[in-house]
Design a protein around this ligand. Structure first.
Ligand code: PMP
Length: 459
């Protein structure tokens, strides 16, 4: 790369001087060395040192169709040439926005027929939460304000999203709006004790019902949950959990918001996580995989029950974004859906997910460092454990995970550490050979981690 004078630029020092990064300890970053990613191809990334890295995380769980898809580039270029931008505020629309809304309504579970566009997952969550409030206000129940989420839930980094999520560090830094509460997540490995997963699923759902009773159903607007909790460590609920949540929300007249930002568009082996778990949402938030991350776009998919109140009763809804229904983003999303459906990536996620998990089970079930291998479709987590029989965590949760993550990247594999769970969500186009490479690199990295911490591990 060249700067204006034609000299090679040291991107590390330029970045250090001026660029503030998301979710980063800046002091630690400045003391170390930022990695400069320069290219992507299929499931691989290249950095400025010439390293080729297998991206086992599809960016941030978003590059479902893989890197370097010329069709998406062409779709963006064609739309930019024709109409690069216009807003959708003043009784206007554009063909890609209308077409995408129609297509999403067709893909979504029954009864979900309306779409509100935004740019990021956080904005979609904000939109859903505001919509829940407006919905109840319009129906003459303005006191229904509380939103119930879960510990380790992640719903974005705007103030409402951070408040709805269950990340305590985010709450501490001004993500602590009133009327948000969290309950226990359906995290059997961490909280299930002696209960079977099925028993624990009912128990975890009951925490939601107890919270509703404690607050009074007349004060609760919505329950929000990711079908499976991604950023919280790929927490996959037992199958008894969501049917109970459906029942509880219905019985107590609480809106159910499924945050599908990670789960949407094939990640779980179904088009949406709600399809996989049988969730009956009133609203679904989607982002990430909607464009495979090529361009920012998100949406709230609304059930007729909610949308009809907005359409027929609310009056003006004082909410929206400059880029709501951005024609270029919508054109890319449409092409991306062509790829996902045309190449059968949802079905591929089932098949290749099974292959990947089986190989992980082969190498890790008896590994002294590993307490649990779990996943559905092409998303999963591997718990590092100090004692796999008792499911005991390491002291100072997160330390061993970070060590393992660093070994991974040095070996040419991106896996992310959430506390001490190593999570993975590769592009849905991953091949058999790439899965073999991914498993081999993970095994090498886990072995190196074990060598460093084996004195802490019970055998
Ligand atoms: N909801 C969920 C479930 C997410 O995983 C994320 C991002 N990881 C968000 C919301 C926020 O999305 P964004 O970063 O695009 O704002």
């Amino acid at each position: 790369m060249l700067d204006k004078a034609g000299d090679a630029v040291n991107w590390q020092s330029v970045d250090n001087a001026h660029h503030l990064h998301p979710f980063t300890d800046h002091k630690a970053l400045h003391e170390g060395r930022v990695r400069v990613i320069t290219e992507g191809d299929g499931v691989f990334l290249k950095d400025s040192d010439g390293n080729r890295i297998l991206d086992g995380m599809a960016g941030l769980w978003c590059v479902n169709a893989g890197y370097s898809r010329p069709e998406l580039v062409q779709a963006a270029a064609a739309q930019m040439t024709k109409l690069p931008y216009y807003n959708t505020f003043f009784k206007t629309t554009n063909p890609p926005a209308a077409a995408l809304a129609q297509r999403l309504a067709k893909l979504a579970p029954e009864g979900i027929n309306h779409v509100f566009f935004a740019c990021s997952g956080s904005e979609a969550v904000d939109t859903a939460l505001r919509t829940a409030r407006v919905y109840w206000q319009t129906l003459g129940k303005p006191e229904k304000k509380f939103v119930i989420g879960r510990e380790y839930g992640y719903h974005g980094s705007t103030t409402l999203g951070a408040s709805a999520g269950g990340m305590v560090d985010m709450h501490r830094q001004a993500g602590d709006m009133p009327n948000f509460v969290q309950v226990m997540p359906p995290y059997w490995y961490g909280y299930g004790g002696q209960m079977s997963p099925a028993e624990f699923g009912i128990y975890a759902a009951k925490q939601v019902e107890d919270k509703i009773k404690e607050l009074g159903a007349d004060n609760v607007a919505a329950f929000i949950g990711e079908p499976l909790q991604g950023s919280g460590g790929v927490i996959i609920p037992p199958e008894t959990y969501w049917p109970e949540i459906n029942r509880i929300c219905k019985e107590h007249d609480i809106l159910l918001i499924a945050d599908e930002v990670i789960c949407g568009f094939g990640r779980t082996g179904k088009m949406f996580g709600s399809d996989y778990f049988g969730i009956k949402p009133d609203m679904m938030t989607v982002a990430k995989g909607i464009t495979s991350g090529y361009i920012p776009l998100s949406a709230v998919l609304m059930h007729d029950r909610v949308a009809n109140v907005l359409i027929n009763q609310t009056g003006e809804y004082y909410h929206g974004f400059t880029y709501s229904g951005h024609p270029v983003a919508c054109a890319v999303a449409l092409k991306n859906l062509d790829i996902i459906e045309g190449e059968g990536l949802v079905e591929r996620s089932v098949v290749m997910g099974e292959v990947l998990r089986q190989k992980f089970h082969e190498v890790f079930d008896d590994h002294p460092l590993v307490g649990d291998v779990r996943g559905i479709g092409l998303i999963g987590g591997i718990e590092l454990s100090a004692d796999k029989r008792t499911r005991r965590f390491f002291e100072k949760n997160g330390r061993v995970g970070q060590m393992c993550r660093d070994f991974c990247i040095n070996n040419g594999l991106i896996m992310r550490a959430v506390r001490d769970t190593m999570v993975f969500a590769p592009p849905l186009i991953i091949s058999h050979e790439e899965i073999d490479l991914m498993v081999a690199l993970a095994k090498k990295s886990f072995d190196q981690t074990y060598e460093k911490v084996k004195h802490e591990v019970a055998l």
